[in-house]
Design a binder for this molecule. Structure first.
Ligand code: BES
Ligand code: ZN
Length: 622
């Protein structure tokens, strides 16, 4: 299908190669803002499609092969600039023949510009390359690190790591379709954030080949791959789970509500545009809770609580199918547009499936986190739109997630739910497959909702929310009745009441977290021990509750919990749990520091490079 496109307002120098025109490029209405986290200059030449042909070599810890990029260039463009970090490039040629390439100087954060010469008539570029063993996006696991005892590879692209395994323009505003052919060792299966064209693979030299296709233009941080001993189990007409064989049963149990979540989200925000929604439960070193790779959310196994009590994580990643994957922050400084919207929608899905009280409790926990962040942070760090010198990963905070969600909750109260829902639905439709900035969002709200009304303009406080530190005066305060009962029990225990009086068994995850989070940080050793034995805290299978408990135990130098701390820090490597626990240990003088060093010596090699770097800074800095 050949389709005439406009490129930043000017017409193309040459028609796109028919073979590469697998999907229409997104209509970019405004020129993209400059992305400080990318070397690309999309105004001159931009990538529209990535075609990968790669083989996975587990012995050498390398992906090697070719990436063929479809490009659109302004008339007269002499070069295209890609992002790369650590890639070993062997050759580059265009659809017209051989060409030259050049690496720029290496920036610690951004990697290197890879500049390739082009000229009139160039519509495709083929780069032969391979990745290095230390590629930041890739974790190559040894058999001992997986449930199946087989080797495993997974990628994590967000925020700016895709450039460590694919030479492309790695900026969230530069959307690309992709296809891939991946050759893996016999016995393993490849999955990607794309339509799976070969569920059983095909015979190929050196193993089996799996082919994939993603026809929706996506930001490059959403291109994702995993390879391992994987099996699949459907849980609904459009939903299912991939996991290693010994994990699949528990994983499928935990994911039983996915189809209902999908329908609830569609009812509010419009059609799900990605076909299937599957999840992949990864080995325990996966550094995040979840990653919203399109069609295939990647999940930590720490969400497998055995009782579906942590499934709001799935609601969150599913919500990104609208906020983030459909409408995407153009710059990482605006990641609240991805994560804040998504946390708001997560709450709405939780409410639709599990009731208003559950949503209210989650909201109240988030409120406490916002208050903590505001109390701790320099004011500049409490703005939604991040300013100044920032790393691309600074968008992981209670501000981006929870203050962002609170902005939408406040809009909901001011406008009424019906009106906000109608607006959000049209926002996703009108900006589908396009980048978004804070400024464009506010302009859109003013054009569609405020429409010059002075009362609404004043009551929404849009600019204060988006650009000022702290919380605006109109912020909605949560009220969760269940938490008033939790507070009464915490007060009873603090006043010397018995731990056996706490109705732990009748509480869900949120009440348990609230209880542990609101206890005073310092408790008498006997009281702590009583709590542990009455509630069985060291042995809880709920990772969020365990994390809150172990944080409290460490603050009290509770030796009796150190086996549980050791176990938790060695079996899983989720950054959100691992980083704060090491930090807490390091704050406890020689006692805690000795534990931190002992545990890290055992655990480090199992952690993802992202987490290793972070914990190196915590444990070895002191
Ligand atoms: N997209 C994020 C994960 C992420 C953020 C990766 C920033 C790299 C940089 C994902 O959707 C997410 O938010 N995960 C959370 C879970 C959620 C329930 C708050 C996590 O990993 O804990
Ligand atoms: Zn998220």
């Amino acid at each position: 299908m050949l389709r005439r496109r406009t490129f930043l307002g000017s017409s193309l120098a040459a028609p796109a190669l028919a073979a590469c025109a697998t999907a229409p490029a997104p209509a970019v209405h405004q020129p993209l803002p400059h992305d400080p986290h990318s070397h690309a200059r999309p105004g001159e030449a931009r990538v529209t499609h990535v075609s990968l042909d790669l083989a996975a070599d587990f012995d050498r810890k390398a992906l090697s092969g070719t990436a063929t990029l479809s490009i659109e260039a302004r008339a007269g463009a002499r070069e295209i600039v890609l992002d790369s970090d650590g890639l070993i490039v062997k050759s580059a040629r265009t659809n017209l023949g051989d060409t030259t390439f050049e690496f720029g100087s290496r920036d610690e954060q951004l990697g290197q510009a890879l500049t390739i010469a082009i000229g009139p008539g160039v519509t495709a570029l083929t780069i032969a390359y391979e990745t290095r063993p230390g590629a930041g996006a890739l974790q190559w696991l040894e058999p001992a690190q997986t449930a199946s005892g087989q080797r495993f590879l997974f990628s994590q692209g967000q925020a700016i790591l895709t450039r460590t395994w694919i030479p492309t323009q790695d900026s969230p505003g530069i959307r690309q379709t992709y296809d891939a052919r991946i050759v893996v060792p016999e016995g393993l299966k490849a999955v990607m954030s794309a339509e799976m064209l070969t569920p059983d693979g095909e015979a190929a030299e050196g193993g089996r080949a799996f082919r994939f296709r993603m026809d929706n233009p996506i930001p490059p941080y959403l291109i994702a791959i995993a390879i391992g001993d994987l099996v699949y189990r459907g849980v609904g007409p459009r939903t299912g789970v991939y996991a290693e064989p010994s994990v699949i049963e528990r994983a499928a149990y935990e994911c039983a509500d996915m189809e209902r979540m999908l329908r609830a989200a569609e009812a509010m925000y419009g059609r799900y545009r990605w076909g299937r929604y599957d999840v992949l439960v990864l080995p325990p070193s996966f550094p995040y809770g979840g990653m919203e790779n399109p069609r295939l959310t990647f999940l930590t196994p720490t969400f497998l609580a055995g009782d579906r009590s942590l499934v709001s994580l799935i609601a969150h990643e599913l919500a990104h199918s609208w906020s983030g994957n459909l409408v995407t922050n153009a710059l990482w400084a605006d990641s609240w547009l991805n994560e804040g919207f998504t946390s708001y929608i997560e709450g709405r899905i939780v409410e639709a499936l599990y009731g208003g009280e559950n949503a209210a409790m989650q909201f109240a926990l988030a409120w406490a986190d916002i208050q903590k962040a505001i109390a701790a942070g320099p004011p500049d760090d409490t703005r939604l739109h991040l300013t100044g010198e920032r790393s691309a990963d600074d968008g992981v905070s209670a501000i981006v997630y929870d203050k962002g969600a609170l902005f939408l909750r406040t809009m909901e109260r001011e406008l009424g739910r019906t009106r906000l829902d109608a607006y959000l639905r049209s926002y996703f439709d009108r900006h589908a497959f396009q980048p978004m900035t804070t400024q464009w969002f506010l302009e859109d709200v003013r054009a569609r909702v405020v429409r010059g009304g002075p009362a609404l303009e004043a009551s929404l406080q849009l600019d204060t929310w988006a650009y000022e530190p702290g919380l605006p005066s109109n912020a909605v305060e949560p009220r969760a009745e269940a938490f008033e009962r939790v507070a009464a029990h915490a007060a009873g225990f603090n006043a010397g009441g018995p731990a056996s009086a706490i109705p732990w068994a009748s509480w869900g995850t949120f009440e348990r977290q609230r209880f542990l989070q609101t206890l005073p940080r310092e408790l008498q050793a006997a009281r702590l021990a009583e709590l542990e034995s009455a509630l069985g805290l060291n042995g809880t299978g709920n990772a969020e509750v365990l994390f809150d408990w172990l944080s409290l135990a460490i603050a009290n130098r509770a030796e009796a919990s150190m086996p549980a701390v050791t176990d938790f820090l060695t079996w899983q490597g989720r950054g959100k749990f691992v980083r704060p626990l090491y930090r807490a240990l390091m704050e406890q003088g020689e006692w805690g520091q000795a534990h931190a060093r002992r545990i890290y010596a055992m655990a480090r090699q199992g952690y993802h490079p992202i987490v290793q770097t972070a914990v190196d800074g915590i444990v070895t800095a002191a």
